[in-house]
Design a protein around this ligand. Structure first.
Ligand code: KG4
Ligand code: ZN
Length: 365
């Protein structure tokens, strides 16, 4: 079963004057790119014209919730089922036809091999068939460039905290194309920490959004250790172990401990994850003397993280940037944005481009 969860509207007026047909490479001034994202479990397609996103269609794969994590083989089969419909829908919503495209872009990695292969093969076949250039996009860079979809946009240089199910990074962003990872997780990603903690509590996958919701009605009354890692690197694997032993010990006293204190437990877990992220970001901001701060990736949707970072922005004179919700979790809109900058730089890719793995670690253990 798929559910189309996003689809930006189609209000663009046709300024081409009637039914004129434009052939490849002959479009007048406007430059349009079709972008595809299939690195993990969301099949997504977007259309960008002259740097403006005209559509962003996302088909979520709800089936994985039944397995407690992404089943890679199922994910790639679902991408195969969804991709034609999603691409067609993105073109329709943008009111752009195939002959109006100037390039086709797709995520080449990091992600799951089978999932990436579906999107890449589809995109490369379209580029070949339409005689268009192909642009391969790095998923992590695209998360960072999601800040340039809407206003307000950060100024260079800025620091970006990229927090997803597969990655946790602090990136020094010097320009659209120059980025340096100055800190990253040494084990689990922040989203993974939410999802694995949720699993211990018996919550459905993906637990991040659910913990966020439950935490709103609780208080962070339980404390879990904050790891002391040098520099700007993160570690989250100790947290799940601490939670596991904490719950085990509490259940010995009160077998219904989780049921009776779920909101407070969630608030405490969320508070710890947020604190780990916030402390490292503050240290990086002070060391690099940068007050332009971006947050991107699925965990950027977390209300506790947003609240804490907004407080820190006030205290430290930061300007803070969050992409709109639909551009936080995996989406082709951000791939389209990255592809637009690459197109302007003439950075095209060979049709031999192979997928590269890593990152999407949310699959079932
Ligand atoms: O960026 P994303 O969609 O996919 C990856 O590239 O991994 O991030 C998905 C992750 C999942 O771990 C999910 O639990 C987490 O983002 N997530 C959240 C929230 N919404 C999504 N975590 C905490 N609070 C949320 N509101
Ligand atoms: Zn992602």
């Amino acid at each position: 079963m798929i559910r189309i969860i996003q689809g930006l509207g189609s209000a663009r007026p046709d300024n081409r004057g009637g039914n004129m047909v434009y052939f490849c490479g002959m479009s007048p001034s406007r430059k349009c790119i079709l972008a595809i994202e299939s690195s993990c479990d969301d099949t997504s397609a977007a259309v960008i014209c002259d740097g403006v996103i005209l559509s962003n269609v996302i088909a979520a794969q709800l089936i994985h919730a039944d397995y407690g994590g992404i089943v890679p083989e199922v994910a790639s089969r679902m991408h195969q089922e969804n991709i034609t419909l999603v691409v067609d829908s993105a073109l329709q919503k943008a009111n752009v036809n195939l002959s109006e495209l100037d390039a086709v872009a797709c995520t080449a990695g990091p992600g799951l091999l089978g999932s990436l292969t579906v999107g890449l093969n589809f995109a490369k076949a379209m580029a070949l068939g339409l005689g268009l250039p192909f642009i391969s996009v790095n998923h992590m860079r695209a998360h960072v460039l999601s800040h340039f979809i809407d206003e307000p946009k950060p100024e260079f240089p800025f620091l970006n905290l990229t927090v997803s199910g597969g990655h946790t990074q602090i990136v020094l962003v010097k320009s659209y194309s120059e980025m340096e990872v100055i800190g990253q997780t040494r084990d689990d990603a922040a989203g993974e920490a939410f999802d694995k903690s949720g699993k211990i509590l018996g919550l459905k996958y993906p637990a991040g959004p659910l913990i966020d919701k439950l935490a709103r009605e609780g208080n962070p009354v339980y404390t879990f250790p904050i790891p002391q890692i040098a520099g700007y690197d993160f570690s989250f694997s100790g947290l799940k172990t601490a939670i596991m032993y904490f719950i085990r010990d509490q259940k010995k006293v009160d077998p219904l401990f989780v049921d009776n204190h779920l909101h407070d437990i969630c608030a405490s877990i969320q508070n710890t994850i947020v604190e780990i992220l916030a402390r490292k970001l503050l240290a990086a901001s002070q060391a690099y003397n940068i007050r332009e701060i971006g947050i991107a990736g699925g965990v950027a949707a977390n209300s506790g993280l947003r609240k804490r970072l907004k407080e820190m922005a006030n205290e430290n004179d930061w300007k803070i940037y969050f992409p709109a919700m639909q551009y936080c979790t995996d989406n082709a809109g951000m791939i389209a944005m990255a592809a637009y900058f690459q197109y302007k730089d003439g950075e095209f890719s060979s049709l031999d481009t192979a997928p590269y793995v890593g990152g999407c670690k949310r699959h079932r253990a």
